[in-house]
Design a protein around this ligand. Structure first.
Ligand code: B12
Ligand code: SF4
Ligand code: SF4
Length: 396
């Protein structure tokens, strides 16, 4: 079985389906898998209980006959400024890059399903493959590294020299014996920019992240109160964080995608005062093609300055007042098929309240006082903190 399915063929098929990079890792004893139990023991997983599933320690626990893990990367960077380039606007929060468009799970799963079907057809009876995009118990980056998709960097992201780190991963764990790719050499060298830039000190040592301190975890995964000492360093982040990737030199020239699902969504009309909307930013003509991240100089200058209403009124830079005013029903409507829905309505409100406090914008006082008086003890406590923080931010 499987004689006609080779790594080269799988890579070709995956590329033809639109993946930007495809490789094969062995389902074997990989040294990074052995590091995982110690990471868990140090408590770095916080409330992410699903990470403790013993199956996550080895793909062979998911599929006993597993021989290979096909790893696929899909780029999501777009011609938009980095969070570290956009000046702090006391009116607005920040949503991280990966969540500006539609939910990536669906986009990758569709492609992987097709790849699995093509492999099944070619391999014939006996073929087995399990498909995961983020949601299964697989250490995707470890396999991605051994498939040659990139090196696992000091910020713990997988980086490819051309794609940078703004790409998603999806994997097929299969019983086919495919020849594995070669891991890329580590490209971090003596650089420590990400570690220095992380506002919460989540990168506790090079290549190791304490999820409990990561803004991405705090704003997306944590359901309870945000530890008080981490609220100020969260700044204006209302969903996720890109700082350790935005400062990375490997993302300075990363390739961008113009796959429609990954373009920043426009906000509904009521999210902003009606303003004339300028022509959309120039993107390369071919759908889904990657093009170097080099928009016209004046376009980039406009977006970096935040002049363009098209930018301001898309998901990347939402008005805090608007976020705080969303009802649960509106939240569900606005963030339908968006990664942001994972934070849940109450989580997004909690994050918005923290960002309002950090903004020092006195206009938010009344709104924060309303939250502080609400029956929801979580939101009320964060609002009291935000009111105190606002005073402090105004005088600093
Ligand atoms: C849980 C999780 C999180 C958690 C924890 C992150 C983390 N670094 O572990 C939180 C919520 C914080 C998070 C944040 C983000 N995530 Co996330 N996340 C995951 C998930 C579901 C599991 C990751 C996991 O198992 N972590 C456990 C740790 C231990 O694993 P690891 O980081 O791979 O750890 C290895 C290394 O640290 C290494 N190691 C350990 N010690 C040492 C020591 C040395 C010296 C060396 C060399 C190596 C080394 O071995 C470890 C394995 O044992 C994966 C999907 C998946 N199923 O894999 C997505 C995933 C990793 N996330 C992804 C993304 C996009 C993000 C964010 C960018 C989202 C955002 N903008 O907010 C941030 C990035 C933050 C960051 N710097 O990593 C992508 C990453 C793509 C890429 N190019 O790397 C993934 C792969 C999802 C996907 N399918 O595309 N995420
Ligand atoms: S995502 Fe943000 S908080 Fe998390 S490690 Fe990177 S810089 Fe730090
Ligand atoms: S900022 Fe520097 S150390 Fe961090 S991931 Fe990028 S190259 Fe590696």
């Amino acid at each position: 079985m499987g004689a006609m399915v080779t790594s080269t063929w799988v890579v070709e098929q995956g590329r033809a389906l639109g993946f930007d990079k495809v490789g094969v890792a062995p389902a074997a004893d990989l040294e990074e898998l052995a590091l995982f139990p110690a990471w868990l023991e140090r408590g770095y997983a916080g409330a992410l209980d699903y990470l403790r599933n013993p199956k996550r320690r080895d793909a062979r626990r998911l599929l006993p006959d597993a021989r290979s893990v096909v790893c696929c990367a899909l780029a999501y960077d777009t011609h938009r400024p980095r969070s570290t380039e956009v000046p702090l606007d006391p009116e607005r929060g920040w949503i991280s890059r990966y969540a500006w468009g539609d939910d990536y799970h669906t986009v990758l799963e569709e492609k992987l399903e097709t790849l699995r079907a093509r492999m099944a057809e070619r391999a014939g009876p006996g073929f087995q493959a399990k498909l995961y995009v983020d949601t299964g118990p697989v250490l995707e980056r470890v396999y991605g590294k051994h498939a040659g998709l990139g090196w696992q960097a000091k910020n713990t992201c997988l980086i490819d020299p051309e794609l940078g780190s703004y790409f998603f991963l999806g994997v097929l764990v299969t019983n086919l014996e495919l020849s594995p790719g070669d891991p890329l050499p580590d490209g971090c060298g003596a650089c420590t920019l990400c570690i220095e830039a992380c506002p919460t000190g989540a990168l506790v040592e090079p290549y190791v992240l304490d999820a409990r301190r990561c803004i991405s975890y705090l704003t997306i995964e944590l359901r309870d109160a945000i530890p008080v000492e981490l609220r100020q360093p969260m700044g204006r982040h209302v969903f996720g964080c890109d700082i350790c990737q935005d400062v990375c030199p490997w993302n300075a020239k990363s390739l961008v995608t113009n796959l429609p699902p990954f373009q920043p969504r426009a906000l509904p009309n009521h999210a902003s005062a009606p303003k004339p909307v300028p022509a959309p930013l120039a993107l390369s003509e071919v759908e889904g093609r990657l093009s170097p991240a080099a928009p016209a100089a004046e376009t980039l200058a406009a977006t970096v300055r935040g002049d363009s209403m098209a930018e301001k009124d898309s998901f990347l830079h939402p008005r805090l007042e608007w976020l705080a005013s969303l009802t649960e029903e509106e939240f569900r409507e606005v963030f339908r098929r968006s990664p942001v829905k994972r934070a849940r309505w109450r989580g997004l409100l909690r994050n918005t309240i923290v960002a309002m406090g950090n903004s020092g914008n006195a206009r938010f006082r009344l709104l924060l006082e309303t939250f502080a008086a609400s029956d929801d003890t979580l939101l009320a406590e964060h609002a009291r903190w935000a009111l105190a923080r606002m005073e402090e931010a105004q005088h600093s």
